[in-house]
Design a protein around this ligand. Structure first.
Ligand code: HPA
Length: 248
């Protein structure tokens, strides 16, 4: 089944006919909230709000392991994740929707693996391409058929948060090859891979990253909502389009 993880600005799906909600427990603790199960146009989907339904869980406190475990436990095989980012590359201006194809992990201190060696032998996953290409293509095709602009590809840097970056940190990320920066992309993507789930991200650029464009001197936090909300509507349309055009 297809699953959707909603981020900031996306705590529910518009056209989802909810069949039931379920509180779940996992060996790794509780997910961010109850899992919502429903149907869009006869297509089943499950939905989880990454930050909780009241948006109370900050990026570094999200129980990524419980979230991914619960999704798989409930029958998810593919996961679409919505997230918001700051734009580093010049064309990734606020309001842009982008489907990244690479990532760089700057997070630390998070519970980031199921393979901690406690009860199994050492296990490595291949992570050369962190996102599922078929799922990325489904997102891009859905955007095209909805007539919505969506940038194909980009390097998604993931920082620890919850503070935003310094301008020098963003400069360094740019030298590293990063095109956008967010706080929730990891370890979500690698945990999905560890569980054998296909996973792709769709991101909304909420602001220029620190030291860029309108964030030259400070990030205008008070205007982020006004940018994020209409763009997340587009993401919601794209995600719903993926669900209804999905073969399975
Ligand atoms: N940095 C990190 N995470 C973010 C940003 C940012 O500028 N904007 C939205 N999420």
């Amino acid at each position: 089944m297809l699953a959707i993880i909603g981020g900031t600005g996306l705590t529910q799906l518009e056209n989802l006919k909810i069949t039931h909600r379920q509180v779940l427990r996992t060996p790794y603790g509780e997910p961010s909230g109850p899992m919502t199960f429903g149907i869009i146009n006869q297509h089943e989907v499950m939905f989880l709000a990454r930050h909780g339904y009241g948006h109370t869980i900050p990026p570094h406190m999200v129980n990524y392991r419980a979230n991914l475990w619960a999704l798989r436990d409930q029958g998810a095989t593919r996961v679409l994740a919505a997230t918001s980012v700051g734009g580093i590359r010049a064309d990734l201006v606020p309001g842009t929707v982008v489907v990244p194809d690479q990532l760089i992990d700057y997070t630390h201190g998070r519970e980031f693996t199921f393979f901690d060696g406690k009860d199994r032998s050492v296990t490595h996953i291949d992570f050369t391409k962190p996102y599922s290409e078929p799922l990325r293509q489904q997102l891009l095709a859905a955007a095209r058929s909805a007539g919505l602009k969506c940038v194909d590809g980009g390097v998604h840097a993931v920082t620890q948060g919850p503070r935003l970056e310094t301008a020098a940190e963003v400069d360094r990320m740019e030298r590293d090859g990063a095109h956008m920066v967010g706080m929730t992309g990891m370890p979500e993507a690698s945990l999905a891979r560890e569980l054998g789930l296909q996973y792709a991200t769709i991101a909304v650029v909420a602001n220029h990253a620190a030291g860029r464009g309108s964030s030259l001197n400070s990030i205008p936090l008070d205007t982020i909502g006004a940018v994020l909300n209409p763009a997340m509507e587009q993401v919601r349309d794209i995600l719903e389009m993926v669900v209804v055009s999905d073969a399975n």
